[in-house]
Structure formats: C-alpha cells, structure tokens
Design a protein around this ligand. Structure first.
Ligand code: BG6
Length: 498
C-alpha cells in the first residue's frame, strides 16, 4: 500500500544466485509493476564495487531486454559493501542505508526484507549481525534514535538450502536461527514450491471431484516423481561432492512435491493449515535404508556432442578420483497411513541424463476385467512440471475408424496451447513476491524440514560411510537401467511412451 516502505536487501549480491535468479526476478516484478512502488533494493556483499558493476554482472541474465526498463530498475538498486560477514561495522552501514530510505519515503508501515544468497557457513554470523544491527526493534546502539522516532518495522529473512547435512546438523542450524528470529520471520526457500505445476497440485486434487475421489490406495497403483537434467556438475563439483543428488534435489524439491501429492486436504489454504498437513504425511513415511535406493554416477561419453558430455563426474577437478557420491538416485518411499499403505512412491533424480524433465506420474490400477482382448492399458495422470508445462491423462479409447479395438490415447492439457498468451512467472519471481507480501505457504517450516531429514538421515549416514557404490551410467543416457526393474518390480507398468 502507499503508506508502506519496503527495503529489500540481497546479501551475497555478487554471487551466482543473485545475478542469475534474484535480480532478474526482482526486475520482472518491477517491469510488471508488481513490485511495491516504494520498494528500494540494496545489493550487499563483502567486496567493494559500484551499482553499475553489479548491474553489468546481472544484466546478461535479465529477461527484460528493454534498455529503459533495465535502466529504471537499476535506479532502484544501490550497492553497499558490508565487509566481513561476522563484524558489526558493515551491518551498521547497511542499517544506516536502509534507514536513509525509510526516512526519505516516510510511510506508516516499514518492511525490512533480507535475502540471504550466501553459503551455509556464513548463515549464522550474518543472521546474528542482522539481528543485532538491522532488526529495527533490536538495534541496540541506535535504539534511542529509533525510540524517539517511534517507528517499528516488520523484518523478514529468506534463507537458501542446504539447511544442514542431516537431522542433527539441520536441528542445530534451526535452533541457532530460531534463537534469533520467530518462525514468522524465517522464509526457507525451496524454489520448486514456486513452480506453476507444483502450485497446481492442490487445486487439481482438491478442486476436482474426478481426481479427489480416486486419490487413494483403492485406485492408485504407484506414483513416480522424476527429475532429470541433461548437464553434469561441472564447475560445481566441490559443492556437489559433499552433498550428492539426494541432498541436492531429492530431500527437498522432490519430497516437497511428494507431500503435495500425498497429503490430506488441509482445513484451508492458510499457510499453517497446509504446512500442518505436509508435516503429518511426512510423519507416516518410514526412514530409508540401503535397499530402498538405486544409485548411479555418470561417466564421460566419448561420443558426446559437447565437451562437458565427454567428461565423467570424477573428471571434475573438484571431485576426488575415488568419489562414491551419487549423481543419480531412485528411492522408494512408503507412506503408512490409511490412504496410501501399500502404494509405492518413487522419487528419482539425475544429472547428466538424456533430457531436462520434471514430472509426476500417478498410475492407476488395472481395470478389473478387460473385455477388449487385453488391449486396455492402465490410466495414468501425468503432471509435467517442466519443460512445457502440461497435465495429461493416458486413457483408452476406441481406435478411430471401422475397427472396434481399444487404443491408448491422451486427454491433453498442454499449457502453451491452452493458455497461449500466458507468460508463466519464474518460481523465484513468485516466491519473492510471496516473501514481500508476507505469505509463508510456499516456504518450508522448521518441523517440516526436520521430518524430511528424519526420513533421509539413516540412509545418508550409511552412504557417507561408503556403504553402497553407485552404478555407472553414461552421460546423456536414461540413467541406471536397474532402476526401471526396481520400479517395475514394485508394480509400475511401463508403457511405450514412458
Ligand atoms: C537446485 C539444485 O536446487 O535445483 C541444482 O541445487 C539443480 O543442482 C536445480 O540444477 C534445478 O532447478 P530447476 O528449476 O532448473 O529445475
């Protein structure tokens, strides 16, 4: 509203995430005139640089190609160097800068928003400095000044994964952060929760009687959630090797999707009601063991088309030659509640595969009797998250023409055909807007995070100790072939189009 003043600070402004995702998303919101008119942006990092230098780093990643838009956008941004992340000095400078904007804009309501686009090692020092120096009610040194001015501000912080390495380290991190901020001030981002098709899941499930009534173990045979990327970890090998694909993608992005597929209907769409249901369904999932996963690691493909594809995971200079870190994983999860007992949920993800794809496949049971000469295939509802967002349902129809035979076809809702003029926002764009508006629904709560780690920690500890060697798969392939058997043996029926 007009009487509010928003100052959005990006910490780690010179890093990759800031230049590729955060500034471009803020610029899109600015271009669409969704960014609050009084919103000021501060880029903040350790090094000294000019706002222009910051703009030059980020401009190649901007969607807005109109020069005027970019110029106007960067006029809203100023760069502040905060020096060392664990010293008060730089954060006092930052707070003074924020205050300067607040003073010049006036406004009854003030919002101080901080995006921590920083490596985990500095989370706590930075949060501590923010709390001591930039959280308006708690800034001890200038408390008098603020008290005499009689204004307060709502302060919020976005933190990025990794949120720890296992249950214990994550709990420690959570304790340290919750000692500084309330849950209402903490926004743990999982950008998959901002994707159009992931957001679509609740409306599809709870807004359509057609789906709501069959969404259970009576009708569903199996669920498969897939994430594939056609590039390797090159350039990120150091980070990746200490994490692996399970921590990088599965424990967060894919498990979040699983929650939305499997949770019970929340009482309302309010953040706490939805997050309560996600926690509940996670509690029904048994922790994973070695037999519940198939693991893979990619090797270079000598016939590969690109330089990257000729290199295997262990060729990365940041990766030890004997690394057993998985770049591919397929896990089977069981949800021991009334709705899902006996229905396997597979989540699988891999780097350096044949294509970029993220999708959810709900496979229904066989029809009780097929009077059409065993021609009827199982129904499958597919929600394609990316690329080319779509919802389609595989079903049997009469083969068109004179014959009377069953044939598999599709009820197809491909978004770019159905909603032609719609420009779907990037996940970061949507979540940054939620953050500005103070909506926590699509951010991860502390207890949700702890449940997610509880499921994966026993397995991860065994894998960290080298208990399972990943199977090799060539760069650009479909991944580990035995994962198909693993899925098939649990009751999924593959059809030609899978
Ligand atoms: C990130 C992972 O969280 O998600 C990356 O760290 C991965 O390894 C990325 O590439 C995938 O995101 P998207 O939106 O490109 O599917």
């Amino acid at each position: 509203s007009k009487d509010s003043c928003v100052v959005f600070t990006v910490l780690g402004a010179s890093g990759d995430l800031a230049k590729k995702k955060i500034f471009p998303s803020l610029c899109n919101l600015f271009e669409k005139k969704i960014l609050p008119p009084t919103c000021q942006i501060i880029g903040c990092a350790r090094s000294s640089m000019t706002t222009q230098q910051l703009a030059d780093k980020s401009n190649p990643f901007m969607k807005a190609k109109n020069k005027d838009v970019l110029t106007e956008f960067w006029k809203r941004v100023s760069y502040v160097s905060c020096g060392a992340y664990d010293k008060a000095e730089g954060f006092i400078t930052l707070s003074d800068k924020i205050e300067e904007f607040e003073k010049s804009h006036g406004g009854e309501k003030r919002f101080r928003l901080f995006y921590l686009a920083l490596p985990p090692a500095v989370f706590i020092p930075v949060c501590t400095q923010l709390k001591n120096n930039c959280w308006i009610q708690s800034r001890s040194k200038s408390l008098e000044k603020f008290t005499s001015d009689r204004y307060t501000a709502e302060c919020r912080v976005i933190v990025e994964k990794p949120f720890g390495k296992d249950l214990e380290s994550s709990n420690q991190l959570s304790q340290a952060i919750t000692a500084l901020f309330n849950e209402q001030e903490i926004y743990r981002i999982d950008h998959y929760l901002g994707k159009e098709m992931v957001l679509n899941l609740m409306i599809l499930r709870f807004g359509n009687e057609l789906f709501r009534s069959v969404w259970n173990r009576e009708r569903i045979a199996c669920v498969v959630i897939t994430f594939k990327e056609p590039f390797g970890t090159y350039g990120r090998g150091g980070y990746f090797d200490t994490n692996g694909i399970i921590r990088d993608v599965m424990q967060n992005h894919l498990l979040q999707i699983l929650c939305l597929v499997a949770m019970e209907r929340p009482v309302s769409v309010h953040a706490s009601d939805i997050r309560d249901e996600k926690v509940k369904v996670l509690k029904f999932i048994r922790p994973l063991d070695l037999d519940d996963v198939v693991l893979g690691q990619y090797t270079g493909n000598p016939d590969g088309q690109t330089e990257d594809s000729k290199l295997g995971y262990r060729d990365d200079p940041g990766v030890p030659n004997d690394s057993k870190t998985a770049t591919y994983a397929c896990a089977k999860l069981n949800i021991d509640n009334d709705r899902w007992a006996g229905v396997p949920f597979f989540i699988k993800c891999g780097k350096a595969m044949n294509e970029r794809k993220a999708e959810i496949r709900i496979q229904f049971k066989d029809t009780p009797s097929d009077i059409f000469g065993s021609k009827c295939k199982r129904n499958e509802l597919v929600i394609r998250v990316q690329p080319d967002e779509a919802v389609y349902c595989k079903m049997n129809v009469k083969s068109p023409g004179m014959s009377f035979e069953a044939e598999e076809s599709e009820l197809n809702l491909t978004y770019h055909e159905r909603f032609q003029d719609m420009d779907l926002p990037d996940a970061y764009e949507r979540l940054i807007l939620d953050f500005i508006l103070g909506t926590q629904t699509n951010f991860v709560r502390t207890d949700e995070l702890a449940e997610a780690w509880r499921i994966f920690t026993p397995l991860l500890h065994k894998l960290d100790a080298g208990a399972k060697t990943p199977v090799e798969y060539p760069y650009g392939s479909r991944g580990v072939a035995s994962a198909d058997d693993f899925i098939r043996d649990s009751g999924f029926k593959f059809s030609g189009t899978y």
